[in-house]
Write a protein that binds this ligand. Structure first.
Ligand SMILES: [Zn+2]
Length: 247
């Protein structure tokens, strides 16, 4: 965590959130990984050390929170989170990042993913919906193929409307740019629809996992967000938007 903070500072960020994975699906390798006591024990000295230079926030990325409402409620009330990402890593009980997700064809995988994402967007607890069209990154990794997101225009709009109506936000996840894709998750089409439907709350996530990738491609994300009509990013603290950052 200390090297992540150094990397964030080096990348020119004024603040960032750790968003470790939290999963409950038994077959998920991340299930049981996050130790909350250890997380906060390591985070707090970092927050003190960097105070005034780099804001270090306590985030969390919850997988399929709509399936585990009791566990989510307990976790979110037990610890002082600044920021909660909601992610559809599994769709219809199938892990989206493994070959099994594409066994019945790419269209089936995309349909399944967007059905799950709608349930999450509508019923799950989160602040910001993570990597909106993660299925593109996964299908690229498995098949070196993606489908045009415009094919899912109706599903995209319904999901975005739910995010907006609930006062939640959207993440631009920049990791696809490091994995051979020409757009982040989501790309320009979804960002423009989000803006057109009245969406305002936007954040950047590098999905870094390693310190060398913290804040990667944020300049590209900034240009894309502006192209889609956004002029600011949301700054969360204590699960509230406390400020806006000009793009
Ligand atoms: Zn994720």
């Amino acid at each position: 965590m200390a090297s992540m903070a150094k990397a964030a500072h080096r990348a020119g960020l004024q603040g960032f959130a750790f968003t470790d994975h939290l999963e409950w699906i038994p077959e998920d390798e991340a299930t049981g990984y996050l130790n909350f006591e250890a997380f906060f024990a390591e985070l707090r000295p970092l927050q003190a050390q960097w105070q005034g230079t780099l804001e270090v926030l306590a985030g969390i990325e919850i997988g399929n929170p709509h399936l585990f409402p009791e566990q989510v409620r307990a976790t979110l009330s037990a610890w002082p989170w600044d920021y909660v990402l909601g992610s559809a890593h599994w769709a219809d009980n199938i892990p989206g990042w493994l070959p099994v997700a594409f066994e019945d064809g790419i269209e089936v995988a995309y349909d399944r993913y967007f059905r799950e994402l709608l349930c999450l967007a509508r019923d799950g607890e989160y602040d910001v919906l993570a990597h909106f069209d993660l299925v593109r990154r996964d299908s690229w990794a498995q098949l070196q193929q993606t489908l045009p997101i415009e094919n899912y225009a109706a599903a995209v709009d319904v999901i975005l409307e739910s995010v907006i109506a609930r006062g939640k936000g959207l993440e631009i996840n920049t990791s696809p740019w490091s994995r051979g894709l020409d757009e982040p998750c989501p790309g320009l089409y979804v960002l423009r629809r989000y803006r057109a439907l009245g969406g305002e709350i936007l954040v950047f996530g590098s999905d870094a996992h390693q310190s060398r990738r913290v804040g990667q491609h944020f300049e590209q994300a900034r240009l894309l967000a502006k192209e889609a009509g956004f002029s600011r990013l949301a700054h969360y603290r204590g699960r509230q938007i406390v400020d806006w950052i000009r793009l």
